[in-house]
Every structure is written in C-alpha cells, then in structure tokens.
Design a protein around this ligand. Structure first.
Ligand code: GLN
Length: 471
C-alpha cells in the first residue's frame, strides 16, 4: 500500500487507474476478518465511471464506519434494530469526501452503536485482528481499522466517543485521529453520546490523516456544535515543531504492560534526541475518567437511543398494543450491552439518582477539563500510551463490561475535555502492534500530527502487515 499522494502520482503517470486501485482494494477484502457489514464495490465503480472528480481524495478508496450515513446505502450501526434502514441523506463528511473525488469501499463493522472496545458486540459478528485473528482489532471502529490494516481501503472514517478511533489504531498499527470537539461536523453520524462523539480518521500515516482532515473539517450550518474556525493545511507537516515541550502525565503510565511502557519511552528518547524537551506532569483526576465517562455517555445514550421504538425506523415486532410493540421491538432489536447502558443511563438521570450520579459526573468532567487546561499552560503536548496492553483475545472480556472499559482510561479523558488526540504506532509487542498517544490543545490538530510526522521520520514503523507492505 502507498500513501494518498503516491497513488495520485501514479494516476497522473497512468501507472494505475482509480478503477484499478479500487479493484485491488476490493480483492484485499478478507471475509474471515469480517471488517465490513456492507461492501459497496459496485456502487463505487458506478460512481467512478459517472464522475471521475478532481480533488484532494481523487480516486482514493475509503472505508466508512457503519454509523455514518451514505445516502441510499443501509446504515446498521451493527444493530438489528436498524434492520432495513436506508438513510435518505448523506453525512456532511460524506458529501465533502465525494466532492473531493473519494470513493467508498463499504460500511465497516463496529460494536453496536459504538458501545465497546473490541468490535465483538456486533449483531453481524466480531471483527478479527489481521495481525492475529484470535485477537480483537479494538473498538468500536474495529472494522475501519482492519480495512486499512489489511489493505482494502487506503484510509477510513470512524467515530470516537471515548476512544473508538484511537484504540483500534493502537491494536492495528495505524494512525488514528480524534479531532477537537466541533472541528468536524457530526451531521449524519448516528448519535451515541452527543457531547463526546466526534468523527475521526484512521490511516497509515500522519500526512494521509491530515489530507482527510483538510477535506472533512470545518463549519457546517447543519451541526450547531461545529466550530467556525479556519481549516488549516493539516497535511503540510514537514516543519518540525520548534521549542516545544511535551508533558509525560505519570498517572497514564500506571497499570500498563511493561512492554507498552518501554515502547512509549523509546519514542520519547528518540524524539528527545531531536531537541524536544520533556517534562513530568500530573493529572490526578485520571482515576475518575472511566466512571465519569460511563455516567455521562450512558445518560446521553439512553436519551439518544429512545428514538428506536419500532415505529419510525428499522425493526418492528408486533405486540398486543402500542407499548407492547415498542417493548418487543426494542427487546429483539438491541444486544445486551446496549440494553444495559440504556437502563443504567435512564437510572442516573432519574430524579432519585441525578444529583448523586449525573450531576456529580458533570462536575468531575469540569475538573478533568480544568486539569488539562492547567497542564497545557506548562507544556504544548502530552505523550501517553494509547492502550494499557496490546490487543486482547477474542471472548476474554465480552462478559465483563467493566474490564471492557479498561482501555478507555487512556482515551476518554480527551473526549470529556473535548481535546484533539492522535494515536500512532510505537512498535511491536511480539506480533502485535502497540500505539502511543499525543494529546494537544483545542484545535491544535496540526501540532499533534506534526509530532507524529517527526516520529515517523526518526523512528519509522516497520510493523505493517507483510503483504500490505509489499503490495
Ligand atoms: N470503549 C468506549 C465505550 O465502550 C468508547 C466507545 C466509543 O468511543 N464509541 O463506550
């Protein structure tokens, strides 16, 4: 696999056509990995013949998480409740990609409605990690990561509510960006927890991710939380950031595998040699991230998912009366984890529990945000592990919702505070990749991608899958 610019250079030189590249990608789809819910190859070929558009993503095959709407193609959110639902409109990000000549390989697998860290909790079955199919690819954007890691797409979109773009990037040896809240329009992304959700990008390097961000970022009148701020040239990353200070938050290095610790420290020492200054910092509220994230995201999910009632969308199971129909449709529509979250979320918002749970969590969220703000007065970026361990075995955590949330400790604080963060490969632990994370100040996507670009130069990642490396 090559970079976006390399492919476009090949198009110019007529070494390969966009149709040829698309066909290569479609051939790389390995059904046993189960990365896709819907493959849209034929649709893509028709689009390509109809309008071979110019633009930053001209001819680039892209995989889209199946909670982002493409007009006329089913959106399932990996849930039975959306069975048969075909959106009548496209997400803003999809329209922008189409305008820039990008084409879609398909809709990728996820944990139902984005609720998970492994892409096992899907109505369409688990997705497998291409580095070791007995391991999870991470989640919930596991299908989007596997599509890129196994060469069926050059780049992909996911969504990140508590880490869902960054965790699978870590487990699959890729670059995963969660932009600042408001940087990318959420219009057409199916809501999980609206104050945390953000569409993110999974690619093979910082430059590709930057090109995609240039296309999808920017104000959208259809999303009132999108921000009116100029879109930068995120792919122009060769300027090495000068005089920057990177903080190492000690709390993020506790309770992690020793190999993860040493891989991230190796990244630190490599860029230290480039003259970058590191400093130990402390974020004492780190231990509260998971419970705070759970209360807030479950509460918002319980409200957002109330719309799936068997009346307006998808699956309908007839009951004896109106309420019974809703009950039966929801019962057959959702898997257990989604039901558990709707119940807990409804409880934490109930009059008896709201003060003790939701309002407290909201307060702690503000403390977490303040702590990040304080630390960012001392340093420009934070370096942390992306996940506490490499990919874990399929089936290990499916019956243990608390253990499934463990990796969120590294990632969900960023969503609670609305910050941008990027994960990129730090190295290999045995045959599995492991990532590091760079967290930045609000709207400093260019900065965090530049740090990744610097690491790519001084310590290039060699762990890409063999066949993909050669192809
Ligand atoms: N793992 C987290 C969860 O289960 C994050 C999911 C996400 O970012 N969509 O909620």
């Amino acid at each position: 696999m090559k970079t976006i610019l390399e492919y476009q250079e090949q198009f110019k030189k007529k070494e390969i056509t966009p149709l040829g590249l698309l066909e290569n990608c479609l051939e790389n789809i390995n059904p046993s990995l189960n990365a896709y819910i819907t493959v849209t190859g034929e649709f893509a070929k028709r689009e390509l013949k109809k309008n071979n558009k110019e633009g930053k993503l001209k001819g680039i095959p892209i995989a889209i998480k199946d909670n982002i709407n493409i007009k006329g193609i089913p959106t399932t959110c990996a849930s039975n409740v959306l069975k048969g639902f075909v959106p009548p409109f496209s997400a803003t990000v999809i329209e922008r990609i189409e305008k820039n000549g990008g084409i879609f390989t398909g809709k990728t697998n996820l944990d139902e409605f984005g609720m998970g860290s492994s892409t096992e909790r899907s109505f369409y079955g688990p997705t497998k990690n291409p580095f070791d199919p007995t391991k999870v690819p991470g989640g919930s954007s596991g299908g989007s990561a596997v599509a890129v890691a196994s060469g069926s797409a050059v780049i992909s979109l996911g969504s990140d509510t508590g880490g869902s773009v960054r965790q699978p990037a870590s487990y699959c040896g890729l670059v995963g960006l969660k932009p600042t809240y408001g940087r990318v329009s959420r219009y057409g992304l199916v809501a999980f927890a609206s104050s945390l959700d953000q569409i993110g990008i999974i690619g093979r390097n910082a430059e590709d991710v930057g090109i995609m961000l240039e296309v999808i970022a920017g104000y959208d009148p259809k999303d009132s939380t999108s921000y009116e701020k100029e879109v930068e040239d995120y792919s122009n990353l060769n300027e090495i950031p000068k005089d920057i200070k990177i903080g190492i938050p000690e709390e993020y290095f506790k309770q992690i595998d020793p190999e993860v610790h040493s891989s991230v420290m190796e990244i630190k020492s490599k860029i230290e040699k480039e003259g970058i200054y590191f400093k130990s910092v402390s974020l004492p509220t780190t231990g509260y991230i998971i419970p705070t994230y759970q209360v807030i995201s479950y509460a918002e999910a319980s409200s957002n998912l109330a719309r799936y009632d068997g009346v307006r969308y998808g699956l309908r199971k007839e009951g004896e009366d109106f309420h019974d129909t809703i009950r039966k449709s929801r019962d057959k529509g959702f898997l257990p984890e989604v039901k558990r979250r709707i119940l807990v979320g409804t409880f934490v918002l109930s009059s008896e529990a709201i003060a003790e749970y939701y309002e407290r969590a909201d307060l702690i969220r503000r403390l977490i945000t303040q702590e990040f703000n304080e630390v960012f007065k001392e340093v420009d970026y934070l370096l942390t592990p992306a996940t506490p361990t490499p990919a874990f075995p399929i089936g290990e955590r499916t019956d243990d919702p608390i253990r499934m949330h463990v990796p969120d400790r590294m990632t969900a604080g960023v969503n609670l505070a609305g910050l941008p963060a990027v994960v990129a490969p730090a190295g290999m632990v045995g045959k599995l990749p492991i990532g590091y994370q760079i967290i930045g100040k609000p709207f400093d996507e260019k900065g965090i991608l530049s740090v990744v670009r610097l690491v790519e130069k001084v310590a290039p990642f060699k762990g890409f899958l063999k066949e993909i490396q050669d192809g």
